[in-house]
Design a protein around this ligand. Structure first.
Ligand SMILES: [Zn+2]
Length: 337
């Protein structure tokens, strides 16, 4: 249906059996290349009927865990290992991924705030439109692996959105338990929810699971392991991987929830951020979270930021230099249906 209106063309045929790799071609006529296109890597492994899955990473280009985990999985799997179809979009915002940035250096687009996109818009809007209107309608599940990126470090977490539909919520929780990250959390729809991949998946009736795996602009062994082991277990749990594919047993995951604004701590001033707690710590309401030092006026008393509620510290800001309004921490509390 809408496929004909995207300017992006695929070098691979998602309906063909077997394993294919190639590029999505996004036409991009610029000074150095009159008839050029942006080569967004894409792959497909299809083996008969079964779950139809989109494996997506690099939605934010500076989040590396999913990009590497999916590349390793793609190289490891043969069609015999798959039941149904896996589409790999390992660096979804490809210009951002090549620049190691959250947003695109071409149009500053944040892909995860660009849905439903625009087939005639800028580069990022075109990618969003293609994902929502071409790829998602061909899928039953999407796994969108994120991490803290350059500015945040997370306790490696699986995540899903809170759903009013009980059955949908139960299936989401089962996926989190199969993924088996050290912690998992159920998030209320944040500000700008309608522009995220999560919202796009909901609009297209596609089951979504996400993650926040480490971050800090780096790659930790623990976060990559959580991604790699977790995605194999999750794919097995939905019947997308053959029994011959090795998986490790799922560790117990601690399921938390993230709800209102009081779960977040923001910098009250610009300055140098001194953290007072670390990810994984348990905190109480009113506890000091961090201190902002004023290096332009070092004789001034530093400003303190405090937690508004008790909880488990899920993420923490990484860069020391901080502007007023930057997120320093957010918490999780035990999940309640
Ligand atoms: Zn992200």
């Amino acid at each position: 249906m809408a496929t004909s209106t995207s300017r992006i063309t695929s070098e691979i045929d998602f309906n063909r059996e077997g394993k294919q790799v190639g590029f999505l071609r996004l036409p991009h006529s610029v000074h150095r290349s009159a008839y050029g296109w942006i080569p967004i890597p894409v792959a497909c492994i299809k083996n008969g009927e079964g779950p139809r899955v989109l494996l997506m990473a690099g939605n934010h280009g500076d989040e590396y865990e999913g990009q590497i985990a999916f590349a390793n999985l793609l190289r490891a799997l043969s069609p015999d290992d798959v039941r149904g179809r896996l589409i790999f979009l390992t660096s979804a915002n490809f210009p951002a991924a090549m620049a190691g940035m959250r947003t695109s250096p071409i149009d500053q687009g944040n892909l995860n705030r660009s849905f439903p996109g625009d087939p005639d818009g800028g580069v990022t809007a075109q990618i969003a439109w293609y994902i929502e209107h071409v790829l998602l309608p061909q899928c039953d599940h999407v796994f969108d692996l994120h991490s803290g990126g350059s500015s945040l470090m997370y306790l490696p977490s699986g995540l899903c959105r809170r759903h009013a539909d009980r059955q949908w919520m139960e299936r989401s929780l089962e996926l989190l338990m199969a993924f088996g990250a050290p912690v998992s959390y159920v998030a209320d729809a944040p500000q700008g929810e309608d522009r995220t991949l999560t919202a796009a998946a909901a609009r297209q009736g596609v089951m979504h699971m996400g993650s926040e795996l480490g971050g800090g602009g780096t790659l930790t062994i623990a976060a990559l392991r959580a991604a790699q082991d977790g995605i194999r277990r999750a794919l097995r749990s939905i019947g997308a991987l053959a029994d011959t594919v090795a998986i490790t047993p799922a560790p117990q995951t601690n399921i938390l929830q993230v709800r209102g604004a009081d779960y977040f701590v923001y910098a009250p001033e610009a300055g140098l951020f001194e953290p007072l707690v670390d990810v994984g710590d348990e905190v109480v309401a009113g506890q000091k979270a961090g201190i902002i030092h004023f290096h332009d006026t070092p004789w001034r008393e530093p400003a303190a930021a405090a937690f508004q509620r008790a909880g488990t510290v899920l993420c923490k800001r990484m860069p020391c230099r901080t502007e007023r309004g930057d997120c320093l921490y957010h918490l999780g509390t035990p999940f309640q249906a």
